[in-house]
Design a protein around this ligand. Structure first.
Ligand code: WQD
Length: 344
C-alpha cells in the first residue's frame, strides 16, 4: 500500500507541483483546497502529467468540523504538507487581520486534528521572509530571525513557533521548509503559476509583459548597495522545491529525524539581481523587454539568498534548475496561458 499524504493548498502553485512529485515517487495524495486563490484547473494538469486523478476537498481550513470529516474519511493518512495560506505581501499590509485569521486559524485547526488522529509527520510551508533584512549572506538556518517586514511574513514566524510548541513531545515529527523565491513552471508545459489575479512577483510579471497582457514592468529601485543597484534574490525552480518536499517526507518516513522539529532553507544559493533576472529572460526568449527604472518598493529586503548545505547533507537534496531554466519554463507556460487560459 502506498503511503497517503494530505496536501493542504493542493491546487496552488507549489502544492500542485509537489503533488506531481509525490505521485512520481510512489505516494498516494489527497488535497484540501477551497480555491480562494486558485481553481480546479491544476487538478486536470496533475492528471494529464501523472495519469492519476487526485481527490480535492473544497473545504476552508478555518471550518474545523469540515476538515475533521476529511480526516475521518482517510484514517490512513501518514503525513501532512501544509501549503494553504494567503501569501501576497502587499495585500497582507492592507488586510492584516484577514492574513492572521486565515493563516493562523487554519494552521491551529490542522494541528489539533493531526494530534487527534496522531498523524506522525507534518511539513510546514515557511518562507525566507522570516529572516527579514539580514546582516550576513548567505542565510543559514541559524541566521537570527529579525523583525518581519509584513504581516504575511509575521504569520510565517508565528506559524513556525506554533508548529514547534503544538507538536513538542507528541511523537509527531515536523519540518519547517523556508522557501526563497519559488518560480518557473513544470517542464511538461502543462502546469505552472496560475495567479487568478494579476501577478505581483517578478518572474510572472516578466512573462506577462513579454506576452503582451501587461504593458509595463517597473524595476523597483536601482539605487541599492548591490552590484548593479537592484535587489538580489534566490530564485528556486518550483520542481526543485517540490522535490525537496518529497525528500523531507522520505526523511521522516525513514525514521531519520531525531529532533521534534527540523528547519531547512530551500534556495539554490545563487543571488540574482532584478536586472540580471530580466537579462536572463531576454537571453532565453530573444525578446527585448521595455522596462521602467522606478523607485524602491516598500518592504523589500535588499539582498537575500540561501546556504542550502543542511538540506543537501541531511535530505540529500540538490537543486537541478538554473535561472535560465526558470525563465524558459515560465515563458513556455505563459504562452500556453495566453492561448488557452487568458488572465481574468
Ligand atoms: C522580487 C524582486 C522586487 C516585481 C515574495 C514574498 C516571499 C516569497 C517569495 C512566499 C524584488 C522586484 C518585483 C516587479 C520588481 N513568497 N520586482 N518589479 O518580494 O522577493 O518575495 O515572494 O514564500 O515571502 O515576499 O518576490 O518577485 O515580488 O520580488 O522590481 O514588477 O523583484 O522589488 O526586489 P519577493 P517578488
Amino acid at each position: 500500500m502506498n503511503k497517503k499524504i494530505l496536501i493542504t493548498g493542493g491546487t496552488g502553485y507549489i502544492g500542485s507541483h509537489t503533488i506531481v512529485q509525490l505521485i512520481e515517487n510512489g505516494y498516494d495524495v489527497i488535497s484540501i483546497d477551497n480555491y480562494i486563490n486558485s481553481s480546479d484547473k491544476p487538478l486536470k494538469s496533475i492528471e494529464a502529467i501523472t495519469k492519476k486523478s487526485i481527490p480535492n476537498y473544497v473545504v476552508d481550513l478555518c471550518e474545523r468540523d469540515a476538515v475533521d470529516e476529511v480526516f475521518q474519511q482517510h484514517r490512513d493518512i501518514v503525513g501532512v504538507i501544509h501549503f494553504a495560506a494567503l501569501k501576497a505581501v502587499g495585500e497582507s499590509v492592507e488586510k492584516p487581520l484577514l492574513y492572521y485569521r486565515n493563516n493562523i486559524t487554519g494552521l491551529i485547526n490542522l494541528l489539533e486534528l493531526c494530534r487527534k488522529y496522531q498523524i506522525a509527520n507534518f511539513i510546514f510551508s515557511s518562507s525566507c521572509s522570516v529572516y527579514g533584512n539580514v546582516d550576513s549572506l548567505p542565510v543559514t538556518e541559524d541566521t537570527p530571525i529579525s523583525q518581519a517586514e509584513s504581516p504575511y511574513a509575521h504569520t510565517k514566524q508565528i506559524g513556525e513557533d506554533i508548529v514547534r510548541n503544538a507538536l513538542k513531545g507528541t511523537g509527531i515529527h515536523s519540518i519547517l521548509l523556508r522557501y526563497f523565491n519559488p518560480s518557473g513552471a513544470h517542464p511538461s508545459g502543462l502546469m505552472g503559476e496560475s495567479p487568478i489575479v494579476p501577478a505581483h512577483n517578478l518572474v510572472p510579471v516578466i512573462t506577462e509583459l513579454a506576452a503582451g497582457i501587461r504593458t509595463e514592468l517597473t524595476v523597483f529601485g536601482t539605487d541599492y548597495d548591490t552590484r548593479d543597484g537592484s535587489c538580489i534574490r534566490d530564485y528556486i525552480h518550483v520542481v526543485d522545491l517540490a522535490n525537496a518536499h518529497v525528500k523531507a517526507m522520505d526523511f521522516m518516513m525513514a525514521g531519520q529525524q531525531k529532533q521534534d522539529t527540523e528547519v531547512f532553507n530551500l534556495g539554490i544559493g545563487q543571488g540574482v539581481s532584478v536586472l540580471e533576472a530580466i537579462a536572463a529572460f531576454e537571453e532565453i526568449s530573444n525578446i527585448k523587454l521595455n522596462i521602467t527604472l522606478g523607485p524602491r518598493r516598500e518592504g523589500d529586503v535588499i539582498a537575500v539568498y540561501a546556504d542550502y548545505s543542511k538540506a543537501k547533507q541531511e535530505l540529500g537534496w540538490v537543486p537541478q534548475y538554473s535561472i535560465q531554466d526558470i525563465m524558459k519554463t515560465a515563458w513556455a507556460w505563459q504562452q500556453k496561458r495566453v492561448d488557452n487560459h487568458p488572465l481574468t
